[in-house]
Write a protein that binds this ligand. Structure first.
Ligand code: PHE
Length: 340
């Protein structure tokens, strides 16, 4: 029996198989245990011989099983180590890195381009007075842009004054001119708000305003500045632009500037195609606005422009839907080449 059990122990290839052998020999109904039970029926003399013999057998088998178990465990461990080795020379898995928001990146690009042209940066509040956002900018009472359709109005204060979420960065023109320090050459980047939502409109978007006030400023300066700007921004002088006559209450004459683009598959490509995207409004500052800010329009003239930063980002980076800019998807950012 001992020889037979020993060969079974040697033959066990894993811990489960070994345990089955152990139960078959030493378990409650195992072959060795059954023999131990026979001891009761034996004569005292027989028992004196067989008792120690069976106990010895049991101990030896237990020892052999333990030894075999240790061997199997070591073998299992070695196999696991061999199959699960870590190659420390492999490159690490790429983890998304933090970066500035694409719009912030484009705003910074714009600030650098205009700084090179001598523009300083000015700022104003997002929550504006009706005076700065509309009245001083020569919006007639009851002008459609004052309508609740476009403008987010705040609750009236104790005096019944209703502030607005600024609908454009043009109120910064007013704030800057009211300071009275001429000549003026500023840009004003910031958030603006309008009740609008589709592929090219979000209720919060970004503009960069520009204002130049000086003596003998004319439309040629405006056009030259903006043509230089798009060449710098798109990093080519091949981008075709058109000035379309337009109307703004605060400029006269006024225009909108469009750049040529097309949709290529899922992306937007600037410089070719038969579509025009409006990127900014501009014009010569209206004499009423200059007067509203305490300056003499016979002495000072100037030009202003307000550009949609988000549109510019779409065009430059080829993103087809403006709304994606505000979905916080790092895979989208990487796809459109916005790097940390
Ligand atoms: N404020 C205008 C807009 O938001 C843009 C603009 C700015 C037009 C300055 C002319 C001059 O549409």
């Amino acid at each position: 029996l001992e020889a037979e059990v020993r060969s079974q122990i040697d033959g066990a290839t894993d811990e489960a198989g070994l345990d089955a052998v152990r139960v078959a020999a030493l378990g409650k109904k195992g072959s060795v245990s059954l023999m131990m039970r026979e001891l009761g029926k034996m004569s005292p003399e027989e028992r004196q011989v067989m008792g120690p013999a069976l106990n010895g057998l049991k101990t030896r088998l237990n020892d052999v099983i333990e030894a075999r178990k240790a061997d199997l465990e070591a073998a299992a461990l070695n196999a696991a180590l061999a199959s699960e080795t870590v190659d420390v020379t492999l490159p690490v898995r790429p983890e998304p890195k933090g970066s500035l928001h694409p719009i912030t990146q484009v705003m910074e690009e714009l600030a650098v381009i205009f700084a090179d042209m001598g523009f300083a940066v000015a700022e104003g509040p997002d929550v504006e007075t009706d005076f700065h956002n509309f009245t001083a900018l020569n919006f007639p009472e009851g002008h459609p842009a004052r309508d609740t359709q476009d403008t987010f109005f705040m609750k009236p204060d104790a005096e019944g004054m209703r502030k607005v979420l600024r609908t454009h960065t043009s109120p910064v023109q007013i704030r800057t001119m009211l300071e009275g320090k001429t000549p003026i050459r500023i840009i004003a980047p910031g958030r603006v708000y309008r009740c609008d939502w589709d592929q090219t409109h979000t209720p919060m978007f970004h503009q960069v305003e520009g204002l130049v006030i000086d003596k003998e400023t004319h439309m040629g300066h405006l056009k030259g500045t903006l043509m230089d700007f798009i060449a710098a921004f798109f990093e080519t002088d091949q981008v075709e632009a058109q000035f379309r006559p337009h109307h703004f209450p605060f400029t006269e004459p006024s225009a909108e500037m469009d750049v040529r683009y097309e949709r290529v598959g899922d992306a937007v490509k600037v410089g070719s195609g038969d579509k025009w995207m409006e990127i900014l409004g501009c014009g010569m500052v209206h004499p009423n606005v200059i007067r509203n800010c305490g300056l003499d329009p016979d002495e000072y003239q100037g030009f202003a422009f307000g550009m949609g930063v988000d549109r510019l980002a779409m065009l430059k980076y080829g993103a087809p839907d403006l709304r994606d800019f505000f979905n916080s998807d790092v895979r989208w950012m990487a796809h459109y080449g916005f790097s940390p």
